[in-house]
Design a protein around this ligand. Structure first.
Ligand code: 6R9
Length: 657
């Protein structure tokens, strides 16, 4: 590993002098210091993480064993025998030492609609809600579904579950009723926490109606606790539905936390894989919390007076780890943003940074690209002097977007951190440390403590040693915040992550380690499409299309898109008696929107006569992918096609004559 040899092809950006000179001093101030810590963390994880876990978290009962299990067995556990409560660690201990510090700044959908919640208030709010959950007979180990807009109560909901030892399963409020239903059915939730409506970009979203629709086929649910957000008329089912405020008013503002074992589940989060239905990725308490707390401290270089602004929704892992758990575990002030980057105009993020004197700002490349495209005038005159670290997550950041972010938002004086991780990794696994690592635009750079990345030959699974190698990215030893299982389907966990390359955790991403040892993530090597940082499975979109009565077969591929990174292109063939009218392609697109959610809307749907198949009937998606990406001159070997004549027909359909 070396970081000091720049090549002219990939210019290297040193750590900004302002960070090293300024106050506070970064936690890690040189590459050598980072390297020494990293080496110790992977050589002796027991000592490194044992110490870190004792320093970082408050344990009700200390652990004795730091790590047990292996990738070969798939039985990993950290901090065994230890007991703790996640909510106590996020709230109580800070409420006792710094009660008046602001824990949450809520920036509502409308400008100047700000609500601040101190740690003292947070403890009261979360306690009340925990008592309400207990009154609904929610117990340790129960699964609770949360389908809520970006309001402080969504944070209270997650923390209240943790307080009583229940397992939250947050479903992104942009998912359709069908997707919500599937997730509730899979985890068997008895209680759903939701709101009457959401508010985003000046529009109301019919949250409760979507829940009602989902619950028609989710008999496990006994109670729905409904937050009044907009006050609009909503349907109501007496007995099942309860008003949040009415229940809260009755509840005592303190509730004792329920301690759980370090390996008891903290939450489920459903994510798309390369096949079939979404899987409920399970994170446990001790290891996940340590990963969240430690990465927030070191990768965002958190210091006590910082205001941390993560723009992700709580429905995604980024919202879990860097909006809620990481910041609150560190006793930070965290921003909950309800609106969109362009409402009421494209200065919204910049206004937010200036108003709240944000020190760490975290968003996705797709938002950076969209704002860059709208023009620099939207940043004019804003004061960004509070910022020290600006981060990006969710997809590869292209160098143009990186430079714009660095120049216009970071003013070349901030650390730009391209953070690579996944729902399954729980916390960031590859990223620069602000005070220690020189960056290269487009590279996530070096592994975090405890992460031993390897580049494998995809065919043989052999470790590609040394630098200047490309293959698939794997991790060769367990780290505290890795997912432990897929809910109710441990075999799927093994088959997806641990069996493809024995002895390794397989990420599903391709990667290069360049000649200087920097890691460059190349994107998914499986059938997962990344649209604006949202993970979508081609199989899931195909299933949604096939539900339409006219569709016989569907094949979905990812196209390249300047704004969203990738976009969805769907090819469909029709059943023999189906009629192809002018509106059908639009209708099929709406079908996907309805079954999965608006963010999964295909960019194009092509109704075609036939699909390119091998003689054994396998659809050759590679050809479909090349055609949408305008690479029809590089189709490669098409000799195995059963019907070569379909290719010109497809090209004509996609590109015209
Ligand atoms: C945190 C999150 C995970 C997938 C991952 C990869 C892509 C995330 C990235 C990145 C390149 C980065 N990804 N961060 N690719 N550079 N900095 O996004 O989790 O929704 O589970 O997605 O996103 O392909 O495998 P998740």
């Amino acid at each position: 590993m070396t970081a000091d040899t720049a090549s002219p092809a990939d210019p290297t950006f040193p750590v900004p002098a302002r960070l090293l000179a300024g106050k506070p001093t970064p936690h890690v101030t040189s590459f050598d210091q980072y390297k020494a810590m990293w080496e110790q963390s992977v050589k002796d994880p027991q000592t490194f993480f044992g110490n870190l876990a004792r320093e970082t978290l408050t344990w009700a009962k200390p652990f004795e064993t730091v790590l047990n299990g292996s990738f070969t067995e798939g039985d990993i556990g950290w901090f065994l025998e230890g007991e703790l409560n996640a909510c106590y660690n996020c709230v109580d201990r800070h409420a006792f030492t710094q009660p008046d510090k602001v824990a949450i700044i809520h920036e509502g959908d409308e400008l100047n609609n700000v609500r601040k919640i101190t740690y003292r208030e947070l403890l009261q709010e979360v306690s009340r809600l925990a008592n309400v959950l207990t009154s609904l007979d929610v117990r340790k180990g129960d699964n609770i579904a949360i389908y809520m807009p970006m309001v402080p109560e969504a944070i209270f909901a997650m923390l209240a579950c943790a307080r009583v030892g229940a397992v939250h399963s947050v479903v992104f409020a942009g998912f359709s009723s069908d997707s919500l239903r599937d997730r509730i059915q899979d985890c068997g939730a008895r209680v759903v926490l939701t709101a009457d409506e959401g508010r985003r970009g000046g529009k109301n979203i019919a949250t409760k109606r979507i829940v009602d629709e989902a619950l028609k086929q989710a008999p496990s649910v006994e109670h729905v606790l409904v937050l009044r957000r907009t006050g609009s008329e909503i349907p109501w089912k007496a007995g099942r539905d309860l008003w949040w405020h009415e229940e809260i008013d009755k509840a005592r503002p303190y509730s004792p936390p329920t301690n759980v074992n370090a390996e008891d589940p903290l939450f489920l989060l459903y994510t798309s894989g390369s096949t079939g239905t979404p899987k409920g990725v399970m994170h446990t308490t001790g290891g996940y919390l340590l990963g969240a707390a430690a990465t927030l401290k070191y990768i965002f270089d958190y210091h006590p007076d910082d205001v941390h602004a993560c723009m992700a929704d709580i429905g995604w892992i980024t919202g879990h780890t860097y909006l809620l758990y990481g910041p609150l575990l560190n006793g930070a002030t965290t921003v909950v943003f309800e609106s969109t980057p362009t409402y009421p105009n494209p200065s919204r993020f910049w206004e937010l940074i200036q108003t709240h004197k944000v020190t760490q700002f975290y968003t996705a490349p797709t938002a950076i690209r969209a704002l860059r495209r709208l023009g620099d005038q939207w940043l004019d005159g804003y004061d960004f002097s509070s910022l020290r670290v600006i981060g990006s997550v969710g997809e590869p950041i292209n160098p143009e977007a990186w430079h714009w972010y660095n120049d216009k938002v970071g003013r070349n004086q901030c650390a730009v951190i391209d953070t690579y991780w996944q729902t399954e990794t729980g916390s960031i696994v590859v990223s620069p440390l602000p005070g220690a690592v020189a960056t290269k635009p487009g590279s996530a750079t070096f592994p975090f403590f405890g992460i031993k990345p390897e580049i494998l030959d995809p065919q043989t699974g052999q470790v590609l040693e040394g630098n200047d190698v490309t293959g698939v990215l794997a991790i060769s030893q367990p780290w505290p915040s890795m997912a432990r299982t897929v809910y109710n389907n441990h075999n799927r966990y093994l088959d997806t992550y641990l069996n493809p390359y024995k002895g390794f955790y397989f990420t599903g991403d391709g990667a290069t380690r360049d000649k200087d040892g920097y890691i460059w993530i190349r994107g998914r090597v499986d059938d997962v499409i990344n649209v604006s940082g949202h993970r979508l499975s081609t199989a899931e979109i195909e299933s949604a299309l096939i539900l339409h009565p006219a569709v016989a077969e569907a094949a979905v591929v990812g196209g390249q898109d300047d704004l969203t990174g990738q976009c969805i292109h769907a090819y469909c063939t029709l059943k023999p008696n189906a009629e192809e009218d002018a509106g059908l392609e639009k209708e099929l697109s709406l079908q996907v929107r309805k079954v999965i959610g608006p963010f999964a809307t295909p960019k194009r749907v092509y109704v075609v006569g036939d699909l390119p198949k091998t003689r054994s009937g396998k659809i050759m998606r590679r050809i479909l992918r090349k055609i949408v990406n305008n690479e029809q001159d590089q189709l490669g070997d098409t000799s195995t096609l059963a019907e070569p004549g379909v290719v010109p027909m497809l090209i004509e359909k996609v590109h015209g004559k």
